[in-house]
Design a protein around this ligand. Structure first.
Ligand SMILES: Cc1cc2nc3c(=O)[nH]c(=O)nc-3n(C[C@H](O)[C@H](O)[C@H](O)COP(=O)(O)OP(=O)(O)OC[C@H]3O[C@@H](n4cnc5c(N)ncnc54)[C@H](O)[C@@H]3O)c2cc1C
Length: 326
């Protein structure tokens, strides 16, 4: 059985939700090895979860905490690509799977060049022959592509598959490799400032999303109407690109082709027209409900339930009704 190498994104002691999606796909293809860019101590925190996801081996750095470099080199993409390449070429020849995030795509590109492999980005699935499926041009065309080389590299679109734990847990054996000092690399990061956390739930971590489009009219209505509705449902707020471009809501909440892909159980679209660029990000959602005052809005073509009407009348009443039932 082939080795499948999964690069695990983690931040602040927490695994990225994409990790479970990557492992779900990888298990169908072979024996899963996970790569935690960090120390044995950091990897140990994830050991139980990775075992449940069917991971057989976890590669991490030995003596990582005692290195002389400051922690800002953690975010150096070239270092992470080098970490993967060194281990994969020595211990684990086989396909490599990363998440199609900005970071994952960049590591994938650099890794593919280093290993002389082909790379397929933003795949929505991989079959047992290694053929990657991609959904392009606003999801109007599905392509199937093969990648050559011993270590084909794929990045998986976040939200493209529903994560599942393994029927049989993996051994999740910790394997430490030697740390590569920064001096051996070309550049380094001199400072690293994560975007300030907000108190709103993250789009990828909830089962319900309330998405607002330009129909919401102005920024204040997002706070007065959409956020209270989302709170009453325990949901995250998502928005269309138009809402972001108008400066009404932060970029990290944009859903769609140039935003994030999500797969909640319930997606409620409010004043969203349903352009392909937006709906490409909600393809794997469960139930889709749309509220729009234009009965010809394209969103109704993909909605399971549609409400034709004025959102300014419907949303306050809906929020009140949900709150009385809690
Ligand atoms: C290269 C490229 C990439 C893109 N990437 C993305 C992306 O990632 N995500 C994304 O979302 N878009 C993206 N877009 C933009 C996309 O094509 C659409 O323009 C955008 O999604 C439309 O946003 P909207 O639905 O908020 O606005 P609109 O299309 O203007 O729709 C507003 C809707 O609100 C309804 N409405 C108005 N008033 C009310 C009311 N009182 N009650 C109820 N309904 C009301 C209207 O009937 C209308 O259907 C991209 C575009 C390009 C060119």
């Amino acid at each position: 059985m082939s080795n499948i190498n999964v690069f695990v994104e983690h931040y602040d002691g927490k695994l990225s939700p994409s990790c479970a999606e990557l492992c779900t796909v990888a298990r169908e293809l072979g024996e899963v090895n996970a790569y935690v860019y960090g120390s044995k101590e950091q990897a140990q925190v994830f050991q139980e979860t990775l075992a449940a996801l069917g991971v057989q081996r976890i590669f991490c750095y030995e003596d990582y905490e005692n290195r002389e470099e400051d922690c800002t080199c953690d975010s150096l993409i070239s270092h992470q690509a080098q970490f993967l390449q060194r281990i994969i070429c020595v211990f684990s020849i086989g396909p490599v799977l990363l998440s199609a995030t900005a970071e994952g795509n960049e590591i994938a590109g650099r890794l593919a060049v280093r290993m002389g492999s082909g790379v397929l980005t933003d795949v929505t699935g991989i079959d047992t022959e290694g053929i990657g499926e991609q959904s392009i041009f606003g999801d109007r065309i599905i392509t199937h592509s093969a990648v050559k080389g011993l270590n084909p590299v794929y990045t998986l679109r976040p939200g493209a598959v529903s994560p599942r734990i393994a029927a049989v847990p993996g051994a999740a054996e910790l394997c430490e490799v030697m740390f590569i000092p920064r001096e051996h690399l070309g550049g380094h990061v001199v400072s690293f400032t994560p975007a300030p956390p907000t108190d709103r739930p993250e789009l990828s971590q909830v089962k319900t999303v309330v998405a607002a489009g330009r129909g919401i009219g102005k920024e204040q209505h997002l706070h007065d109407l959409i956020e209270p509705l989302a709170d009453s449902l325990g949901a995250a707020v998502g928005v269309t690109r138009d809402v972001v471009d108008l400066g009404w809501y932060p970029t990290q909440y944009q859903i769609g082709h140039t935003g994030v892909s999500i797969s909640p159980d319930l997606y409620l679209a409010v004043g969203v027209s349903g352009a392909n660029h937006h709906t490409s990000g909600i393809q794997s959602s469960g139930t889709i409900i749309a509220i729009n005052n234009d009965e010809d809005a394209p969103i109704f073509q993909i909605a399971d339930l549609g409400v034709i009407g004025d959102l300014f009348t419907i949303i306050p009443e809906l929020t009140k009704e949900i709150q009385t039932r809690l």
